[in-house]
Write a protein that binds this ligand. Structure first.
Ligand code: SAH
Ligand code: SF4
Length: 354
Protein backbone atom coordinates (compact mmCIF):
# COMPACT_ATOMS: atom_id res chain seq x y z
CA UNK A 1 0.00 0.00 0.00
CA UNK A 2 1.33 3.44 -0.85
CA UNK A 3 2.27 5.47 2.24
CA UNK A 4 0.17 8.51 3.08
CA UNK A 5 1.97 11.57 1.76
CA UNK A 6 1.93 13.17 5.19
CA UNK A 7 3.73 10.19 6.74
CA UNK A 8 7.35 11.27 7.25
CA UNK A 9 9.72 9.09 5.25
CA UNK A 10 13.40 9.66 4.47
CA UNK A 11 13.95 10.37 0.79
CA UNK A 12 16.66 7.72 0.51
CA UNK A 13 14.22 5.00 1.58
CA UNK A 14 12.19 5.62 -1.60
CA UNK A 15 13.20 4.09 -4.92
CA UNK A 16 12.51 5.97 -8.15
CA UNK A 17 8.93 4.67 -8.50
CA UNK A 18 8.03 5.30 -4.86
CA UNK A 19 9.44 8.82 -5.00
CA UNK A 20 7.47 9.57 -8.13
CA UNK A 21 4.25 8.40 -6.47
CA UNK A 22 5.00 10.56 -3.47
CA UNK A 23 5.82 13.66 -5.48
CA UNK A 24 2.55 13.27 -7.41
CA UNK A 25 0.63 12.79 -4.15
CA UNK A 26 2.20 16.00 -2.88
CA UNK A 27 0.93 17.87 -5.95
CA UNK A 28 4.02 17.64 -8.16
CA UNK A 29 4.64 16.12 -11.59
CA UNK A 30 6.56 12.91 -12.31
CA UNK A 31 9.53 14.80 -13.78
CA UNK A 32 9.89 16.69 -10.51
CA UNK A 33 10.82 13.37 -8.89
CA UNK A 34 13.63 12.95 -11.39
CA UNK A 35 14.92 16.43 -10.58
CA UNK A 36 14.99 15.52 -6.89
CA UNK A 37 16.80 12.21 -7.39
CA UNK A 38 19.32 13.64 -9.80
CA UNK A 39 19.99 16.68 -7.60
CA UNK A 40 20.45 14.68 -4.41
CA UNK A 41 22.19 11.56 -5.66
CA UNK A 42 24.29 12.91 -8.50
CA UNK A 43 24.90 16.53 -7.58
CA UNK A 44 25.01 16.20 -3.80
CA UNK A 45 22.19 18.60 -2.95
CA UNK A 46 21.22 18.19 0.72
CA UNK A 47 18.64 20.98 1.00
CA UNK A 48 15.43 21.16 -1.07
CA UNK A 49 15.78 24.96 -1.15
CA UNK A 50 18.61 24.49 -3.64
CA UNK A 51 16.34 22.69 -6.12
CA UNK A 52 15.10 25.94 -7.56
CA UNK A 53 13.60 24.31 -10.64
CA UNK A 54 10.87 22.80 -8.41
CA UNK A 55 7.76 24.80 -7.51
CA UNK A 56 8.28 26.44 -4.11
CA UNK A 57 5.19 24.78 -2.61
CA UNK A 58 6.44 21.33 -3.59
CA UNK A 59 9.85 22.06 -2.10
CA UNK A 60 8.19 23.00 1.17
CA UNK A 61 5.97 19.92 1.22
CA UNK A 62 8.93 17.66 0.46
CA UNK A 63 11.01 19.29 3.17
CA UNK A 64 8.18 18.77 5.67
CA UNK A 65 7.47 15.13 4.80
CA UNK A 66 10.47 13.61 3.03
CA UNK A 67 13.76 14.66 4.64
CA UNK A 68 16.80 14.20 2.42
CA UNK A 69 18.78 13.05 5.45
CA UNK A 70 16.87 10.94 7.98
CA UNK A 71 19.59 10.80 10.62
CA UNK A 72 21.24 13.51 12.65
CA UNK A 73 24.91 14.37 12.94
CA UNK A 74 25.60 14.43 16.66
CA UNK A 75 29.36 14.84 16.59
CA UNK A 76 32.14 15.62 14.15
CA UNK A 77 35.80 15.21 14.99
CA UNK A 78 38.75 15.85 12.70
CA UNK A 79 42.13 14.31 13.55
CA UNK A 80 45.39 16.21 12.92
CA UNK A 81 45.97 13.97 9.86
CA UNK A 82 42.72 15.23 8.31
CA UNK A 83 40.49 12.19 8.87
CA UNK A 84 37.01 13.27 9.95
CA UNK A 85 34.75 11.05 11.98
CA UNK A 86 31.02 11.65 11.91
CA UNK A 87 28.84 10.24 14.65
CA UNK A 88 25.35 9.83 13.18
CA UNK A 89 22.17 9.10 15.12
CA UNK A 90 19.31 7.23 13.50
CA UNK A 91 16.00 6.59 15.21
CA UNK A 92 15.97 3.45 17.37
CA UNK A 93 13.46 0.78 16.46
CA UNK A 94 10.07 1.18 18.19
CA UNK A 95 10.11 -0.56 21.54
CA UNK A 96 13.91 -0.80 21.60
CA UNK A 97 15.91 0.20 24.63
CA UNK A 98 17.60 3.23 23.06
CA UNK A 99 15.59 6.03 21.42
CA UNK A 100 18.38 6.50 18.92
CA UNK A 101 21.08 4.34 17.42
CA UNK A 102 24.58 5.65 16.77
CA UNK A 103 26.91 4.72 13.94
CA UNK A 104 30.13 6.19 12.68
CA UNK A 105 31.42 7.16 9.27
CA UNK A 106 34.98 8.25 8.61
CA UNK A 107 36.13 10.49 5.75
CA UNK A 108 39.83 10.06 4.99
CA UNK A 109 41.28 12.57 2.52
CA UNK A 110 44.21 11.50 0.31
CA UNK A 111 47.63 11.73 1.96
CA UNK A 112 48.83 13.97 -0.83
CA UNK A 113 46.25 16.71 -1.42
CA UNK A 114 47.82 17.55 -4.80
CA UNK A 115 47.34 13.99 -6.07
CA UNK A 116 43.99 14.81 -7.63
CA UNK A 117 42.52 11.78 -5.86
CA UNK A 118 39.39 11.95 -3.75
CA UNK A 119 38.91 10.70 -0.25
CA UNK A 120 38.22 7.22 1.08
CA UNK A 121 35.02 6.79 3.07
CA UNK A 122 34.67 4.15 5.78
CA UNK A 123 31.03 3.15 6.37
CA UNK A 124 29.15 1.10 8.96
CA UNK A 125 26.58 -1.62 8.26
CA UNK A 126 25.19 -2.43 11.70
CA UNK A 127 24.52 -0.73 15.02
CA UNK A 128 27.02 -2.63 17.16
CA UNK A 129 28.36 -5.99 16.00
CA UNK A 130 27.52 -9.55 17.03
CA UNK A 131 30.95 -11.05 16.26
CA UNK A 132 32.63 -9.85 19.46
CA UNK A 133 36.32 -9.73 18.48
CA UNK A 134 38.09 -8.94 21.78
CA UNK A 135 40.39 -6.30 20.22
CA UNK A 136 37.59 -4.26 18.62
CA UNK A 137 35.54 -1.47 20.19
CA UNK A 138 32.63 -1.97 17.80
CA UNK A 139 31.64 -5.34 19.17
CA UNK A 140 31.87 -4.56 22.88
CA UNK A 141 28.13 -4.19 23.40
CA UNK A 142 26.95 -6.79 20.87
CA UNK A 143 24.49 -6.19 18.06
CA UNK A 144 21.66 -3.68 18.40
CA UNK A 145 20.28 -3.95 14.85
CA UNK A 146 21.05 -4.01 11.15
CA UNK A 147 21.13 -0.70 9.34
CA UNK A 148 18.54 -0.12 6.63
CA UNK A 149 19.81 0.33 3.08
CA UNK A 150 18.96 4.05 3.20
CA UNK A 151 20.93 4.47 6.41
CA UNK A 152 23.99 2.99 4.68
CA UNK A 153 23.41 5.23 1.65
CA UNK A 154 23.02 8.29 3.86
CA UNK A 155 26.57 7.77 5.15
CA UNK A 156 27.82 8.08 1.57
CA UNK A 157 25.93 11.36 1.06
CA UNK A 158 27.16 12.81 4.34
CA UNK A 159 30.71 11.67 3.56
CA UNK A 160 30.71 13.09 0.06
CA UNK A 161 29.60 16.45 1.47
CA UNK A 162 32.99 16.58 3.26
CA UNK A 163 34.91 16.17 -0.01
CA UNK A 164 34.77 14.13 -3.22
CA UNK A 165 35.14 10.37 -2.80
CA UNK A 166 37.24 8.04 -4.91
CA UNK A 167 36.99 4.93 -2.75
CA UNK A 168 34.91 3.41 0.00
CA UNK A 169 35.69 0.72 2.51
CA UNK A 170 32.95 -1.09 4.37
CA UNK A 171 35.05 -1.39 7.50
CA UNK A 172 33.12 0.66 10.01
CA UNK A 173 30.90 -0.78 12.72
CA UNK A 174 29.30 -4.15 12.03
CA UNK A 175 29.77 -7.35 10.05
CA UNK A 176 28.69 -6.65 6.43
CA UNK A 177 27.90 -10.25 5.46
CA UNK A 178 25.21 -10.32 8.14
CA UNK A 179 23.44 -7.40 6.46
CA UNK A 180 24.32 -8.10 2.86
CA UNK A 181 20.94 -7.46 1.19
CA UNK A 182 20.73 -3.91 2.56
CA UNK A 183 24.38 -3.29 1.71
CA UNK A 184 23.91 -4.48 -1.88
CA UNK A 185 20.84 -2.25 -2.28
CA UNK A 186 22.84 0.77 -1.08
CA UNK A 187 25.88 -0.11 -3.22
CA UNK A 188 23.74 -0.35 -6.34
CA UNK A 189 22.74 3.30 -5.91
CA UNK A 190 26.32 4.20 -5.00
CA UNK A 191 27.48 2.65 -8.26
CA UNK A 192 24.70 3.93 -10.54
CA UNK A 193 24.21 7.43 -9.13
CA UNK A 194 27.30 8.30 -7.10
CA UNK A 195 29.68 6.74 -9.62
CA UNK A 196 31.65 4.45 -7.28
CA UNK A 197 31.75 1.02 -8.88
CA UNK A 198 32.89 -2.39 -7.72
CA UNK A 199 36.61 -1.77 -8.10
CA UNK A 200 36.46 1.23 -5.80
CA UNK A 201 34.63 -0.43 -2.94
CA UNK A 202 36.11 -2.93 -0.52
CA UNK A 203 34.01 -4.90 1.93
CA UNK A 204 35.74 -6.41 4.93
CA UNK A 205 34.22 -9.46 6.58
CA UNK A 206 35.14 -12.23 8.99
CA UNK A 207 34.26 -14.55 6.11
CA UNK A 208 31.35 -16.90 6.85
CA UNK A 209 32.15 -19.49 4.15
CA UNK A 210 28.64 -20.35 2.96
CA UNK A 211 27.55 -16.71 2.83
CA UNK A 212 30.71 -15.86 0.90
CA UNK A 213 30.12 -18.60 -1.64
CA UNK A 214 26.56 -17.39 -2.17
CA UNK A 215 27.68 -13.77 -2.46
CA UNK A 216 30.38 -14.67 -5.00
CA UNK A 217 27.72 -16.12 -7.29
CA UNK A 218 25.49 -13.04 -7.10
CA UNK A 219 27.73 -10.65 -9.09
CA UNK A 220 29.03 -8.73 -6.07
CA UNK A 221 29.46 -5.01 -6.35
CA UNK A 222 32.69 -4.87 -4.33
CA UNK A 223 36.18 -6.21 -3.70
CA UNK A 224 36.61 -8.58 -0.81
CA UNK A 225 38.82 -8.43 2.28
CA UNK A 226 38.66 -11.25 4.81
CA UNK A 227 39.69 -10.64 8.43
CA UNK A 228 41.76 -13.75 9.14
CA UNK A 229 43.96 -12.57 12.04
CA UNK A 230 45.64 -15.90 12.69
CA UNK A 231 46.73 -19.00 10.78
CA UNK A 232 46.03 -21.10 13.87
CA UNK A 233 42.59 -22.55 14.46
CA UNK A 234 42.56 -22.14 18.22
CA UNK A 235 43.78 -18.57 18.13
CA UNK A 236 41.37 -17.52 15.38
CA UNK A 237 38.54 -19.05 17.41
CA UNK A 238 39.51 -16.70 20.26
CA UNK A 239 40.08 -13.61 18.15
CA UNK A 240 36.90 -13.99 16.07
CA UNK A 241 34.44 -15.57 18.52
CA UNK A 242 31.44 -15.81 16.19
CA UNK A 243 33.58 -17.93 13.85
CA UNK A 244 34.71 -20.36 16.55
CA UNK A 245 34.65 -23.88 15.16
CA UNK A 246 34.65 -22.78 11.51
CA UNK A 247 37.83 -24.33 10.07
CA UNK A 248 40.36 -21.74 8.88
CA UNK A 249 40.81 -23.88 5.79
CA UNK A 250 37.09 -23.52 4.93
CA UNK A 251 37.43 -19.73 5.08
CA UNK A 252 40.45 -19.86 2.77
CA UNK A 253 38.66 -22.22 0.38
CA UNK A 254 35.76 -19.77 0.22
CA UNK A 255 38.32 -17.07 -0.58
CA UNK A 256 39.68 -19.21 -3.45
CA UNK A 257 36.14 -19.73 -4.66
CA UNK A 258 35.61 -15.95 -4.61
CA UNK A 259 38.61 -15.51 -6.88
CA UNK A 260 37.40 -18.22 -9.24
CA UNK A 261 33.89 -16.77 -9.43
CA UNK A 262 34.72 -13.07 -9.65
CA UNK A 263 38.23 -12.99 -11.08
CA UNK A 264 39.25 -10.62 -8.25
CA UNK A 265 41.89 -11.40 -5.69
CA UNK A 266 41.05 -11.52 -2.01
CA UNK A 267 42.93 -9.51 0.61
CA UNK A 268 43.48 -11.23 3.97
CA UNK A 269 43.64 -8.82 6.88
CA UNK A 270 45.63 -9.52 10.01
CA UNK A 271 45.40 -7.19 13.01
CA UNK A 272 48.84 -7.50 14.59
CA UNK A 273 48.63 -7.79 18.37
CA UNK A 274 52.02 -7.65 20.07
CA UNK A 275 53.08 -10.91 21.67
CA UNK A 276 49.81 -12.56 20.57
CA UNK A 277 49.85 -13.15 16.80
CA UNK A 278 52.80 -11.05 15.59
CA UNK A 279 55.71 -13.50 15.93
CA UNK A 280 57.79 -14.67 13.00
CA UNK A 281 56.47 -18.21 13.62
CA UNK A 282 52.96 -16.87 13.03
CA UNK A 283 54.15 -15.27 9.80
CA UNK A 284 55.64 -18.57 8.65
CA UNK A 285 52.48 -20.53 9.40
CA UNK A 286 50.37 -17.86 7.70
CA UNK A 287 52.60 -18.03 4.62
CA UNK A 288 52.27 -21.82 4.58
CA UNK A 289 48.47 -21.46 4.52
CA UNK A 290 48.46 -18.79 1.80
CA UNK A 291 51.28 -19.87 -0.49
CA UNK A 292 49.94 -20.60 -3.98
CA UNK A 293 46.62 -18.85 -3.38
CA UNK A 294 45.68 -15.76 -5.40
CA UNK A 295 45.65 -13.22 -2.59
CA UNK A 296 47.52 -10.48 -0.79
CA UNK A 297 47.83 -9.75 2.91
CA UNK A 298 47.08 -6.49 4.69
CA UNK A 299 48.79 -6.16 8.07
CA UNK A 300 47.06 -3.74 10.47
CA UNK A 301 49.12 -2.87 13.55
CA UNK A 302 46.62 -2.84 16.41
CA UNK A 303 45.09 0.54 17.27
CA UNK A 304 44.70 0.88 21.00
CA UNK A 305 41.17 0.49 22.30
CA UNK A 306 40.84 1.49 25.96
CA UNK A 307 39.04 -1.56 27.26
CA UNK A 308 41.25 -4.27 25.73
CA UNK A 309 44.51 -5.73 27.06
CA UNK A 310 46.34 -5.71 23.71
CA UNK A 311 49.37 -3.69 22.59
CA UNK A 312 50.52 -2.37 19.22
CA UNK A 313 53.69 -4.12 17.99
CA UNK A 314 56.87 -2.08 17.53
CA UNK A 315 57.73 -1.25 13.93
CA UNK A 316 60.55 -3.80 13.90
CA UNK A 317 58.13 -6.65 14.65
CA UNK A 318 55.78 -5.50 11.88
CA UNK A 319 58.67 -5.26 9.42
CA UNK A 320 59.94 -8.72 10.37
CA UNK A 321 56.46 -10.21 9.95
CA UNK A 322 56.13 -8.65 6.52
CA UNK A 323 59.64 -9.81 5.52
CA UNK A 324 58.89 -13.44 6.54
CA UNK A 325 55.79 -13.41 4.36
CA UNK A 326 57.73 -11.92 1.44
CA UNK A 327 60.44 -14.57 1.72
CA UNK A 328 57.73 -17.19 1.37
CA UNK A 329 56.33 -15.48 -1.71
CA UNK A 330 53.31 -13.86 -0.04
CA UNK A 331 52.85 -10.15 -0.77
CA UNK A 332 51.84 -8.06 2.23
CA UNK A 333 51.20 -4.37 2.75
CA UNK A 334 51.09 -2.61 6.10
CA UNK A 335 48.27 -0.25 7.02
CA UNK A 336 49.32 2.18 9.72
CA UNK A 337 45.82 3.49 10.31
CA UNK A 338 44.95 7.12 10.08
CA UNK A 339 42.43 8.84 12.30
CA UNK A 340 43.97 7.27 15.41
CA UNK A 341 43.93 10.62 17.21
CA UNK A 342 40.18 10.98 16.84
CA UNK A 343 39.41 7.38 17.82
CA UNK A 344 38.32 6.86 14.22
CA UNK A 345 40.84 4.26 13.13
CA UNK A 346 39.94 0.63 12.53
CA UNK A 347 38.40 -0.94 15.57
CA UNK A 348 38.23 2.29 17.49
CA UNK A 349 34.78 3.14 16.26
CA UNK A 350 32.57 2.88 19.24
CA UNK A 351 29.27 3.82 20.67
CA UNK A 352 30.69 6.63 22.76
CA UNK A 353 27.39 8.27 23.56
CA UNK A 354 23.83 7.16 23.89
N1 SAH B 1 33.43 -6.57 10.76
C1 SAH B 1 34.26 -6.51 9.63
C2 SAH B 1 34.50 -5.10 9.14
C3 SAH B 1 34.74 -4.04 10.16
S1 SAH B 1 36.27 -4.12 11.01
C4 SAH B 1 35.59 -7.22 9.88
O1 SAH B 1 35.89 -7.51 11.03
O2 SAH B 1 36.29 -7.49 8.91
C5 SAH B 1 37.46 -3.66 9.78
C6 SAH B 1 38.87 -4.11 10.10
O3 SAH B 1 39.38 -3.44 11.26
C7 SAH B 1 38.95 -5.60 10.40
O4 SAH B 1 40.01 -6.23 9.73
C8 SAH B 1 39.18 -5.59 11.88
O5 SAH B 1 39.79 -6.76 12.31
C9 SAH B 1 40.04 -4.38 12.08
N2 SAH B 1 40.13 -3.96 13.46
C10 SAH B 1 39.21 -4.10 14.43
N3 SAH B 1 39.66 -3.61 15.59
C11 SAH B 1 40.90 -3.14 15.37
C12 SAH B 1 41.87 -2.48 16.19
N4 SAH B 1 41.64 -2.19 17.45
N5 SAH B 1 43.04 -2.14 15.61
C13 SAH B 1 43.26 -2.38 14.28
N6 SAH B 1 42.39 -2.97 13.48
C14 SAH B 1 41.20 -3.36 14.00
FE1 SF4 C 1 32.70 -6.92 14.46
FE2 SF4 C 1 34.69 -6.58 12.70
FE3 SF4 C 1 34.82 -5.51 15.16
FE4 SF4 C 1 35.04 -8.14 14.85
S1 SF4 C 1 36.45 -6.59 14.07
S2 SF4 C 1 33.78 -7.10 16.43
S3 SF4 C 1 33.63 -8.51 13.19
S4 SF4 C 1 33.36 -4.97 13.57
Amino acid sequence: MAPEPDERLPLLSLDAAALEARVVALGGRPFHARIVREGVLQRGVLDYAELTSLPAALRERLAATTPILGGEEVERRTAPDGATKLLIAFAGKPGAEAARDLVETVHIPPRDPTSGKGATLCVSTQVGCPVGCPFCASGLAGLVRNLEAWEILEQFLRGRALGALSRAVVMGIGEPLLNLAALETALTVVRDDLGLGARRITVSTVGFPERLRRAARARPRFQLAISLHSPDQEQRDELVPAMAGVPVEDVLDAGDDWFEQTGREVTYEVVLLHGVNDTERHAERLAARLRGRRCTVNLIPYNPVGETPYRRPPRAAVDAFQARLAEAGVVATVRWSRGVESDAACGQLRISRT
